[in-house]
Write a protein that binds this ligand. Structure first.
Ligand code: HGY
Ligand code: MN
Ligand code: MN
Length: 425
């Protein structure tokens, strides 16, 4: 695979980042050839780390793998040990993913540091490139484990270690197979004073930049998220002999709940609120058996934390009423609670100035998608740069990025670094 990479050195920095994402779209960087899936602590994650650390070392970075599998490349500043501008994003993916969600931010950061190394330029701060191993939560039922741990936001590592994937593999065992020691997970936390600022470049995963015919946008903040697992318990029964009025159908109950959730979110859409049931499973799952149990995900987001909480309260109350009326039990398990994360105004201002120098308008937009930046905001000022993606499509193999837009992103990031240097003088 490495030989296929050799010719990308001649590409422009942005095109090189896109090409690396394309190469990461197939085995060994994907778990299957049929579709791109690269989950946390899988062999595909190992392969991605192996190539990334080769590229990092070639760009004069020292490389470490932290206790939770985050890969960190450090480009030293003019004085060794200085606090770092951290540029990061995630290299895990959802199932049947696009090639650019997460990976593009890592590859754009790599291109920036390659440019600095080629010019033998050192800054008064270090630059660290971080490839977070778990942002999507696509293997274990918790997301952003790497960045939340780095930001010191995880206190109960025992429950993290005990998380199980769909095959019953515990996270602790997966870490050991990956060559890491579960007992040292808490060592992932960074001293806040070691991080000067955090910058994440990411595809927009929405339609606004394309609608404005803009390549880049400056993120104002990241939406608040709540994620639940909702379990319904009815009674399995014979599909042919159980009268409709005597059923405790856990799947029909979930179906009514899902449509109610959708309607309640539609009513709040004007405030930028959304709610999604993305996965559901019914047991025993047979055509001639009334479902006795169903489990489904519930993802609730809003730019305003209070609205998010009110939406969650109302949805849970409505779902409880539906279940009671159908004589079906219901349980809610909260899996994730991410508060709204505003971007740092001063850092975002530097990004806007960088765009201004390039003759680009400082288009601002909020992020409905979650990002590792939301976690790092707990220990450092953070800013995000959005890159246009075709049709706003994401979490879908049709995800696409124009290399020319990626070139503009590298230029904006390098100009941001110039302005950060000037601001620290
Ligand atoms: O769910 C999200 O917003 C992100 O893609 N993990
Ligand atoms: Mn994603
Ligand atoms: Mn992402």
């Amino acid at each position: 695979m490495e030989t296929a990479l050799s010719n990308i050195e001649v590409l422009s920095p942005g095109a090189r980042a896109v090409a690396r994402c394309d190469i990461f779209g197939k085995p060994p960087y994907s778990e299957t050839p049929a579709m791109l899936t690269r989950r946390f602590l899988t062999p595909a994650h190992t392969a991605a780390i192996a190539s990334l650390q080769r590229w990092m070392r070639k760009a004069d970075m020292s490389v470490t793998l932290d206790p939770l599998g985050n890969l960190i490349g450090r480009y030293e500043g003019s004085t060794a040990g200085a606090p770092a501008l951290v540029i990061g994003s995630h290299i895990d993916t959802v199932r049947d993913a696009g090639r650019y969600d997460g990976a593009l931010g890592v590859m754009l950061g790599l291109s920036c540091i390659e440019q600095l190394a080629a010019a033998k330029r050192r800054l008064p701060f270090a630059i660290e490139l971080v490839a977070f191993g778990d942002e999507e939560g696509s293997r274990f039922p918790s997301a952003m484990i790497g960045s939340r741990a780095m930001a010191g936001l995880i206190s109960d590592y025992a429950s993290i270690a005990a998380l199980e994937d769909e095959d019953g593999v515990m996270l602790a065992d997966a870490l050991e197979r990956f060559g890491l020691d579960p007992a040292s997970m808490s060592g992932t936390a960074r001293a806040p004073e070691s991080v000067l600022a955090y910058l994440e470049a990411h595809i927009e995963q929405g339609p606004q930049l394309e609608a404005e015919d803009l390549a880049l946008g400056v993120v104002t903040g990241i939406a608040a998220q709540l994620r639940f697992r909702v379990s319904f318990t009815g009674t399995a029964g014979h599909a042919g002999t159980t009268p409709m009025g005597l059923r405790q159908d856990a799947l029909a109950c979930a179906a009514e709940a899902i449509l109610s959730i959708e309607e309640m979110a539609r009513q709040q859409a004007v405030h930028g609120a959304v709610a999604t049931v993305g996965s559901i499973e019914a047991k025993p799952g047979a055509a001639n058996v009334i479902a006795g149990e169903t489990g489904m995900s519930l993802d609730i987001r809003a730019l305003d934390g209070t609205l998010r909480d009110e939406m969650a309260r109302r949805m849970m109350s409505c779902i409880t009423d539906i279940a009671a009326r159908r004589n079906v039990g219901v349980e809610f398990e909260q899996l994730q609670d991410l508060p709204p994360s505003p971007c740092d105004p001063a850092l975002s201002g530097l990004l806007e100035e960088a765009l201004g120098e390039m003759g680009l308008p400082p288009f601002r937009l909020a992020s409905g998608a979650g990002h590792d930046a939301a976690a790092l905001a707990a220990i450092a000022p953070m800013a995000m740069l959005f890159i246009r993606c075709a049709g706003g499509i994401s979490h879908n193999p049709a995800e696409a990025v124009d290399p020319a837009d990626a070139d503009l992103a590298v230029e904006a990031m390098l100009r941001f670094i110039d302005r950060l240097e000037a601001s620290t003088a």
